[in-house]
Design a binder for this molecule. Sequence first.
Ligand code: BEZ
Length: 325
Amino acid sequence: MTWKTVMAMVAGVGFALPAMAQEREFRIGLITPPVHVWNQEVAALNETLQERSDGRFSLAVFPSGQLGNEATMLQQLQTGALDMAWLTSAELTFRVPDMAALHAPFLVDNIADAARVFRSDEAREILDALPRATGTVGLCYAMIGMRQMVMRNPITSAADLNGQRIRITPAPAISRFFEMFGAAPAPMPLPAIYDALANAQVDGLDMDYESIINFRYYEHAPYLLETNHHMFGMVALVSGRVWAGLSEEDRALISDAMQLHCDRTIDRFVEEEDDKLARLREAPGIRITEGVGPEFFGDIVERWDAEWGEQTPYVARLRELVASF
Ligand code: BEZ
């Protein structure tokens, strides 16, 4: 007799099943396509959950923004229409201002230090605001690689970026960074980018190596500036309503499984970042300017910190943390 049969029988005679016995397929949404590292780790998470719950728990995965963009998925989590999602930290900055500090320009200069920030107590504290602000529980961080710029035309100085329409992930903190050096940021969700670039609606992108490779953005934007200008987080979220309905044991099981795959995602990005740049060096037609640092953008770090440091103490706290590495 399967658990489904047992549940149907018990429901028929009016008894409640103990929470431990519930069989459940959780709906999980992502903006990224099946080839992405996040999606690979979500597929692996599905296996881990099935193994550790003796088949009671599994995932139905909705990739590529099938359920809508990240703002829509966050609303669905809030109402309980969606059980789980892996969303960008950028999306969460709209509801949790402290999260903007994770997008501080040039906070770290390499991906290994980015991993240390995402694993820090300071970053974890920021997750504590999620239930009240979003009706979700943030179980762990993972990341995408460091962000770079890919442009349609050659860029030799910050002046060349002036007035350039550059696609960004929607988030005021990222938008302000681009405005501060005179670019025109164009917020746009990931699935909309390729067409916008191919149709020349944007002059370039704020993007990571993983997606530059997956979507072959260099076919239309072959000038890559290796800026590492900000790190980019992912938060593994569970609907607060769904969480409230789970037993302590099941919450622990799901938290541990999620943490395992958040950690693996971070480790993979750290390990694979150099190799991705090496692969891009071989991509047809690409021109890479390596080692573009904060000095390229003048006093942008001071200006951004002065503005965003007023909105959240985590700008100063994360800069202190990184200085201590
Ligand atoms: C983006 O908006 O650029 C993005 C979102 C999720 C994964 C990778 C990139």
